[in-house]
Design a protein around this ligand. Sequence first.
Ligand code: ZN
Length: 397
Amino acid sequence: MSNLTFPIELWEGFKPSHIEQHDRSLKIHLTPTSRPRCHCGTEAQHIHDTSIRRVSERTILDYSVTLMVPVRRLLCHQCGTRTEHISWLKPFSRITERLANFVQSLCPLLPIKHLAQLVGLHWHTVKELDKARLRREVREPKWGQVRRLVMDEFALFKGHRYATVIADADTHQVLWIGEGRSRAAIRPFFEMLGEHCENIEAVAMDMNTAFDLEVQEHCPNAQVVYDLFHVIAKYGREVIDRVRVDCANELKGDKKARQRVKRSRWVLLKNRTNMSDKQQSYLDELLDANRSLMVVYLLKEQLKELWYCKDEETARGLWDVWWQQVQESGIEPLIRFANKLESYLPGIVASATHPLHTCRLEGMNNKIKLMKRMAYGYRDTEYFFLKIKAAFPGDPR
Ligand SMILES: [Zn+2]
């Protein structure tokens, strides 16, 4: 094909000279229609040299399109030897801005793999485009307004490495994510926060970390609060699971009852209000038949009350009652758990003064796990972190 003219100027400063067709793909050779311009705006008098760049363009009626672009280097009297400025093609880029924008507009809607197939680009190219989009879109936090934080850790790929996420407890914007879960790992966050550290009033976290020491070092006015979500998760692992296994072992002779106990983990940890009638009656039967399970289940519910008190004094009163019942229960894993928990009591009763919505933290934790499963193939930590930040942009204050 030759002498083909398009009714509109598709590539500013260039026009097609000839087009080759191979199966379902078109190779469009372009030729300049004007003198090259430098990035400073100066029109060049001298062309230094020209090289042909292969550039991917959006498809035309199901035909994939490659442009052959003669990119010129010019001699600018101000800047010296420079590559010409092309309005629709970034320096060194091998895809047009039109295609890049199209891909980026679809990134929130399609998985990278499918999008790459659709536009005929390598998934790596699509991922880099999405990364550029996220970098542009993720909002810088208003550091001076941050008062309360929540911190959480999560396992990175395959669980060999960890990362820590820090969010604003009030807006739920993710402020920072870093690899690791040690004190040193989170230090860059506080260094970045700088003078605003003084504004921090409360920080919610899992009691199983060394974060509290780091917080105390940087934020002189912050109260550490241990969040309900993590304490109950720990209770599930260290108390309910143990007692459940012991119960199941005692029921060796009764296969049906044993199975019932073995499969009960979920129903024991779930909130009763979120259960169907069938699940509730299953739970009731289970608890009726196993005294220890009943005790640890009820004491779990009672322990939760500590996070919903109107003041710290009430919370301490509830703790004393709970503590007494634990000691009287004679259930070893429960007593061990309570003994360990006691040293964290100031950070637990503090939630009466600083109620930090633990259900939001739990929701965040779950959403990150889900995103990890979807982003697993990329092994690109920076990309994954950007996606998390974009997923938690924060509510308006
Ligand atoms: Zn110039």
